[in-house]
Design a protein around this ligand. Structure first.
Ligand code: ATP
Ligand code: MN
Length: 477
């Protein structure tokens, strides 16, 4: 007999027939009530084992974490909390679990402890919920773009250009570390390396995606991205997933419309598909908040926050307006910010972003028209000659979730910016070609996928929303 997934058993109305289930034991109470989970849903199915019918040696092996296969009769449940349960007739242990040693005991574990056991933490309710939500969100990303006429573009992971992230890149090499070939001046001779030049892991697929947008019209990337930034924050990973749409013939305003529509769509889709998991995560967050002092507690629950984002327009504010607000803000006047804002041109730190979103506007904010000096070379220069058509989307609890811009499509202006910022034109010859042959206005943005998963799950540390996090000094598993 084929086994049935727990999610299907639990929604079955067709009782009093024989079923087979397979999964892992969550708990086994009173030598009788076995809570079985197979990952298909956050809910367990209760399996009632009549201890008089089974040998004691077998009952002893029904331990938390063990894998079992069982058959029995699906019956209406007399207990509360579930509609149906299984009256077990046969039970086979597929894989034992030592109750003394199994790290995931049926009790509350700290997230730090679970991070050290990232290979087993997925067997907890909270990580099961997070990773099902993550999976659904990724599907929603593809669905949105595919339904709207975008093409999925796979940017290279190994890149030969370091124009964007000088100093923040991880090298890719096959040179022998104990005998590195050198040039006469002592520098490394990369012509002997695997690719015949210095190569790195990509920090963004944007430049390559732009070449595709200039032919396919609307493209998006969704792939792994690497940054060797040594920041031990709860929002940065060394390996993360980025989504980068790039669209021909749209300007910055249309780019903002796209980003807002896209973000709302994937949240809405996930709210519908992951109702049970999100209900669980909502309760988890509410419980967590109870441990905080009143003043720090969030005014909204997780589900309220998600619905709030769907129902309200993102507030669009220019960098210049934002600087005025920050300059006159209480924490600036009382010197509560670590980095005080006094002049136009200052780069915004996450404390400023969070003030704008969480205290001032109390909703997602899109900041646009940043000073050229603090933004990348490829962003389109405004008429004022000092700001560029950049936009960052800031989210409550997260800070920056999207960074994007209208791209500089004018060849001369682009070269001028590159020279000013010391970027080698020769190295980006292929990028400059897009501005030589049929250049056109175009725009795009990058959304950090894990920051989105953080927001939707209500988790606070980015290490908890990717299966096996890579951070400075850590690549275990
Ligand atoms: P931040 O200032 O937060 O470091 P950034 O300005 O370096 O971000 P971009 O280069 O614009 O970010 O990248 C686009 C998006 O990718 C960001 O808005 C963010 O959501 C995400 N992102 C950037 N760096 C990381 C990282 N190290 N880990 C996870 N996500 C990241
Ligand atoms: Mn960064």
């Amino acid at each position: 007999m084929k086994h049935t997934k727990v999610i299907d058993l639990l929604s079955s109305t067709n009782t009093l027939h024989e079923v087979k289930a397979k999964g892992w034991v969550r708990t086994f109470r009173n030598n009788q009530f076995l809570a079985l989970n197979d990952g298909s849903t956050i809910h367990n199915i209760q399996c009632v084992v009549d201890f008089e019918k089974f040998p004691a040696e077998l009952l002893k092996r029904i331990n938390t974490g063990a894998a079992v296969s069982l058959t029995g009769t699906l019956v209406e449940s007399k207990g509360s909390g579930q509609n149906v349960e299984i009256q077990v007739n046969e039970l086979v242990i597929l894989g034992d679990s030592d109750p003394e040693k199994y790290p995931i005991q049926p009790k509350k574990h700290s997230l730090e402890f679970l991070r050290e056991n990232a290979h087993l933490r997925i067997r907890t309710n909270v990580f099961g919920a997070i990773m099902r939500v993550r999976s659904t969100l990724s599907f929603a990303v593809h669905k949105y773009f595919q339904d709207n006429g975008f093409f999925y573009f796979n940017a290279p992971i190994v890149t030969g250009s370091d124009a964007e992230g000088a100093g923040e890149m991880l090298h890719v090499t096959s040179l022998p570390f104990d005998n590195i070939p050198k040039n006469e001046d002592g520098s490394i001779n990369f012509s002997e390396d695997f690719f015949g030049k210095a190569t790195n892991l990509t920090v963004s697929g944007q430049l390559e995606a732009e070449t595709y947008a200039m032919a396919l019209g609307q493209v998006y990337t969704f792939g792994p991205t690497f940054r060797a930034e040594n920041s031990h924050t709860s929002r940065h990973l060394a390996e993360f997933w980025m989504i980068e749409p790039e669209v021909a013939f749209i300007n910055l305003d249309e780019n903002m419309d796209l980003a807002e529509d896209f973000i709302k769509y994937i949240i809405k889709y996930t709210l519908e598909k992951c109702a049970d998991d999100l209900k669980f995560l909502d309760q988890r967050l509410t419980d967590e908040e109870k441990n905080k002092p009143q003043a720090e507690r969030s005014e909204m629950s997780l589900l309220q926050k998600l619905n709030f984002v769907l129902e309200n327009n993102f507030k669009r504010v220019s960098y210049t307006e934002a600087i005025d607000i920050l300059r006159n803000s209480k924490p600036n006047k009382n010197k509560k910010f670590k980095y005080l804002i006094d002049e136009w041109g200052a780069d915004l730190q996450s404390e400023h972003e969070r003030f704008l979103v969480e205290k001032h506007f109390k909703c997602p904010v899109i900041l646009f028209d940043y000073p050229a000096d603090i933004k990348a070379f490829y962003m389109r220069m405004n008429e004022d000659g000092k700001t560029v058509r950049a936009m960052d989307i800031l989210f409550p609890g997260i800070g920056e979730i999207v960074g994007g811009s209208q791209r500089e499509e004018r060849y001369d202006k682009l070269v001028e910016r590159m020279q000013k910022m010391g970027i080698d034109e020769k190295e980006l010859w292929w990028y400059l070609d897009t501005r030589k042959y049929g250049s056109a206005p175009h725009s795009g943005f990058g959304l950090g996928f894990e920051r989105m998963v953080l927001f939707v799950t209500g988790m606070t540390n980015i290490r908890d929303v990717i299966p096996f996090p890579r951070t400075p000094q850590n690549a275990e598993f």
